[in-house]
Design a binder for this molecule. Structure first.
Ligand code: ADP
Ligand code: MG
Length: 468
């Protein structure tokens, strides 16, 4: 969040003979993070990863101001051409943001390319839990997901009356979350009076725990939030396994919504009968849903998905190259997107057209990552080796800086490299609270952008983990 007490200084500078008013500020990193969180929602994932994520806010010698550094001249050109109007618009809507934005290439001085932004403010739209990036238009339908797609369309056309609840299951990265957001977007579009809520089970669990803590029994505002909606979607419900009080709350929410004729949609990485340690009432409610699965996509669907993603990112890639990627990454669409992002990134770095050699290089990087199953213990071990500290200290209670930093980096990496709920990550560190885990994750996420030392440590440890 932007800190209102950031210090500002208004001064006049001359750039290219023009006199413009520039507002400099103390906290360009904070502003950029806030802008990124808005831009991430506005821009297709691929474009966001390729063009905006690599930008780094830099500090200038004459004080701190919002200057973004792109890795290459070509990258800078693309950012300015594609996204500058949107970036300006987003910046205008951020309270206290500067009125000038500047993009420079790696070796340039900060004074170049200063672009004026009108300081007028517009109200920021109310935040929704639905990500507009994921909709039915950009969801590619194939044999692997056509049942889930058809059920999702039916639910979005008449929520609460057919297929209630809907339970979607399938492996990691196959489109469950995408399809839930697509339902949410379709309902918001055609029935804007309906209240739609999407949450991960992680969020449900942590808000529930918080509500118990503050009210000694789930409090009314928690209940109002979850029982007062027309469409409730809970993602990754496999994580409620072994959590009896959360399960009871889900059961009660379920009953309340069903009695009121409201729609529910659940997603899980496995069918209801395979979720271990689940209350029999919850299991039978899940099982009485319309249960549909999503399977890994076949080659044709994979190519169609890559085509769609590259079109959305406005990047031209030949059919041979797309086929090559689709042939080599089978099981997970998220991984396939990762390879595509890398391909585009490498081609921009070298300013070459995307060809098979670039695809091969991107794929090699991906294979290194995919070669082994990673465990939390391995991540903690590598982090300890890197910092030369004892594992027992890192997972223990010590609070000195030498231990806290490796602990937070290990937490960040476990969160990045593994699919685990925050509460389970806390368990690897002596049963720490999910809020502590969240804090560590967020702290390192921003340090990775702003602090070279942290970035190097994170990259080196990641390389150690992935090359084991
Ligand atoms: P899951 O929730 O099953 O782990 P996601 O919904 O997060 O998977 O999907 C992972 C990535 O793959 C997302 O970027 C999503 O847009 C993309 N994706 C998955 N299925 C499709 C599809 N059928 N068409 C287009 N993109 C898809
Ligand atoms: Mg998901």
């Amino acid at each position: 969040m932007f800190r209102r007490n950031s210090q500002f200084a208004i001064r006049l500078i001359f750039a290219y003979g023009r006199c413009i008013i520039e507002v400099t500020m103390r906290n360009s990193e904070v502003i950029w993070q806030e802008m990124l969180s808005v831009l991430e929602v506005e821009i297709p994932a691929l474009g966001f990863d390729v063009w905006l994520r690599p930008l780094c806010p830099v500090e200038t010698s004459d004080g701190e101001k919002l200057v973004l550094r792109a890795p290459t001249e070509a990258h800078k050109g693309e950012v300015v051409m594609r996204y500058m109007p949107l970036m300006k618009e987003v910046m205008r809507n951020i309270d206290g943001a500067p009125t000038v934005i500047s993009v420079i290439a790696a070796e340039e001085q900060a004074e170049e390319e200063i672009i004026e932004v009108k300081p007028e403010k517009r109200p920021v739209a109310e935040k929704s839990t639905i990500n507009p990036k994921y909709n039915f238009e950009n969801f590619v339908v194939g044999g692997c997901n056509k049942l889930a797609h058809a059920a999702a369309i039916a639910v979005s056309e008449s929520p609460g009356s057919v297929y209630n609840p809907l339970f979607i299951y399938g492996g990691v990265g196959l489109g469950k979350t995408h399809i839930m957001h697509a339902i949410g977007n379709a309902v918001r579009m055609s029935m804007s009076n309906l209240k739609v809520l999407y949450v991960s089970s992680d969020t449900f669990i942590s808000e529930f725990i918080e509500s118990i803590r503050t009210a000694k029994g789930a409090n009314q505002s928690f209940r109002d939030k979850y029982r007062g909606v027309d469409l409730l979607m809970i993602d990754d419900v496999q994580f409620i396994s072994k959590k009896p009080s959360t399960q009871e709350e889900i059961f009660n929410t379920f009953e309340a919504l069903r009695n009121a004729g409201k729609q529910m949609v659940f997603a899980s990485d496995r069918p209801p009968q395979d979720i271990p340690d689940l209350d029999s009432r919850v299991r039978s409610r899940f099982a009485s849903s319309l249960v549909v699965d999503i399977q890994p996509p076949d080659l044709e669907t994979r190519i169609a998905i890559l085509q769609k993603k590259s079109q959305d990112a406005k990047v031209n890639i030949g059919v041979n190259e797309l086929e090559f990627i689709a042939e080599h990454v089978h099981s997970n669409i998220r991984e396939m997107e990762g390879v595509l992002t890398k391909v585009i990134f490498l081609s921009k770095l070298s300013t070459h057209k995307v060809d098979l050699s670039i695809c091969r290089q991107a794929l090699n990087d991906y294979r290194v990552q995919a070669c082994d199953e990673i465990t939390a213990d391995e991540i903690i071990d590598c982090t300890c080796r890197y910092f030369n500290v004892n594992k027992s200290d890192v997972i223990g209670k010590k609070k000195n800086k030498e231990i806290v930093e490796p602990r937070q980096i290990a937490i960040y990496l476990i969160n990045e490299l593994m699919t685990l709920p925050l509460t389970s990550i806390g368990e690897f560190f002596g049963g720490r609270e999910h809020t502590t885990v969240m804090h560590a994750r967020d702290k390192i996420s921003s340090a990775v952008v702003s602090d070279q030392k942290t970035r190097t440590a994170v990259n080196d440890i990641k390389a150690m983990v992935l090359r084991k």
